[in-house]
Design a protein around this ligand. Structure first.
Ligand code: AMP
Ligand code: GLY
Length: 424
């Protein structure tokens, strides 16, 4: 088969690495890819939102399967575009990607179908939102309705902060039209867990659990980022919690989307908060997580291409997902200053050490080849250094050891990825 992956970050590198292992794949392309992905796929310089060029490329190369990984093209209808051009594509269509693309939609869906989530109100007018805040309990959470690179969520401890937040989102439009409508939500406390799943429209198969570290600095300080590191599995995601989620969250979400005429095929990422009153949905994503994918796929035993095809064909009930009984930790090596201002273009050294090291992976997030053919930094998140271990403690030690193998200018990382599990 000829396969095309759309995207170019760490998540896509992990997907490409896993897809390349499938005996079904004879040729793998990635648009636009990055310097790491180029080691397992042929990268083509087409942007993820350029559907015309992407489908023309699929025609030219006679692509059998396209995997659309990032949220923006999914929400804008990339899968629909491929299907209309006569190609098979993995991912939700536009009418289903709204599960992530609109927080108001997903909150209303959960309310209508009794799926546990934080209490909320939706506002289209800043005045009404401000009036509501006067009577609300603090802390409170404000969320831009639309996609905002994972940054449109404000946790406000005081009324003053909440008022300022409404102005930032709705009047100053810091996230553009994503803030035309906001969701104001009850603040929940508990442990967060990420659960990824495959969905074929009707059936859902749950992958192993993971936990992200979203803040930039140690001790969960600093700004929210795309994710500074992950581990899998989460020891807090017990069998009892899993059973509850299967009954009250996972299958009900898939059934709700079908009932709404928005059949979902692809990956649903459940962002869960394990509260004292049971698990609740923080958010849905309509795609693989980044950097959750980097710790989940190395543990997966199945042929990923077979699973993608089963999702498209509606035959996921015939697949049994299997994961290794081990643990994986991913430490993100970022550029100092991320997620705000940072420099790019520094040469990365030490990558060759990963080639011979079994159970160690370096997934590239922001890298490129410069004119002299050297691999240089090209983003805020640069690499996801990932290591396997017999248990989380071992995987964590291995990942931090390997994080020292690599050097580049302004290298920055958190030192406490997975530390919570050592305190258990
Ligand atoms: P989201 O993009 O909705 O997952 O929000 C980003 C992050 O904000 C989450 O990972 C949580 O850490 C936090 N968050 C979102 N909603 C809530 C909530 N209702 N209560 C507490 N924290 C929240
Ligand atoms: N790691 C969180 C996300 O992919 O949205």
């Amino acid at each position: 088969m000829k396969v095309l992956i759309v995207g170019g970050g760490g998540r896509e590198h992990a997907i490409a690495w896993k897809v390349a292992k499938s005996p079904k794949v004879e040729k793998l392309y990635c648009a636009p890819g990055n310097a790491g992905i180029a080691q397992v796929a042929e990268c083509v310089n087409i942007g993820v939102m350029d559907f015309e060029k992407l489908t023309a490329f699929a025609k030219e190369k006679d692509i059998d399967l396209t995997i659309v990984a990032p949220d923006d093209p999914l929400a804008a209808g990339a899968v629909d575009a491929f299907e209309e051009a006569g190609f098979r594509a993995f991912g939700p269509r536009k009418n289903a990607a709204i599960l992530e693309g609109s927080k108001a939609f997903s909150k209303d869906l959960m309310k209508k179908y009794g799926i546990p989530t934080a209490a909320y109100e939706t506002f289209d007018s800043a005045d009404e939102a401000l009036a509501y805040l006067e009577t609300a309990d603090m802390p409170i959470v404000l969320k831009a309705d639309g996609l905002a690179l994972g940054k449109g969520v404000l946790i406000c401890n005081t009324l003053e902060e909440a008022r300022a937040g409404v102005r930032t989102l709705m009047l100053d439009k810091q996230f553009g039209s994503a803030g035309n409508r906001i969701v104001v939500e009850e603040f929940m406390t508990g442990r967060e867990v990420s659960v990824l799943s495959f969905v074929d429209g009707k059936n859902i198969k749950i992958m192993t659990s993971a936990q992200d570290h979203k803040r930039a600095k140690d001790g969960d300080q600093g700004l929210n980022t795309g994710g500074m590191g992950t581990f899998s599995p989460s020891p807090f995601y017990t069998e009892e919690i899993d059973a509850f989620c299967r009954e009250h969250i996972y299958q009900p979400t898939v059934d709700a989307m079908r009932a709404e005429g928005r059949e979902f095929k692809g990956v649903i990422f459940f962002g869960l908060m394990l509260t004292k009153k049971g698990p609740k949905v923080l958010e849905y994503n309509a795609r693989f997580g980044d950097p959750e994918t980097q710790v989940v796929l190395p543990r997966m035993k199945n042929d990923l291409v077979e699973v993608f095809e089963a999702c498209i064909d509606g035959t996921l009930d015939r697949i049994s997902l299997e994961f290794e009984d081990n643990a994986v930790v991913c430490v993100v090596l970022a550029s100092e200053g991320y997620p705000e201002h940072y420099e790019k273009g520094y040469v990365i050294s030490g990558l060759e050490r990963f080639e011979a090291a079994d159970g160690y992976y370096v997934f590239h997030a922001g890298s490129k080849l410069d004119e002299e053919g050297r691999i240089v930094t090209n983003g805020g998140r640069v690499l996801g250094v990932t290591a396997v271990g017999g248990n989380l403690k071992e995987a964590r030690a291995n990942a931090y050891q390997a994080a020292e193998w690599v050097e580049f200018g302004n290298k920055y990382m958190r030192h406490d990825i997975g530390k919570a599990i050592e305190d258990l």
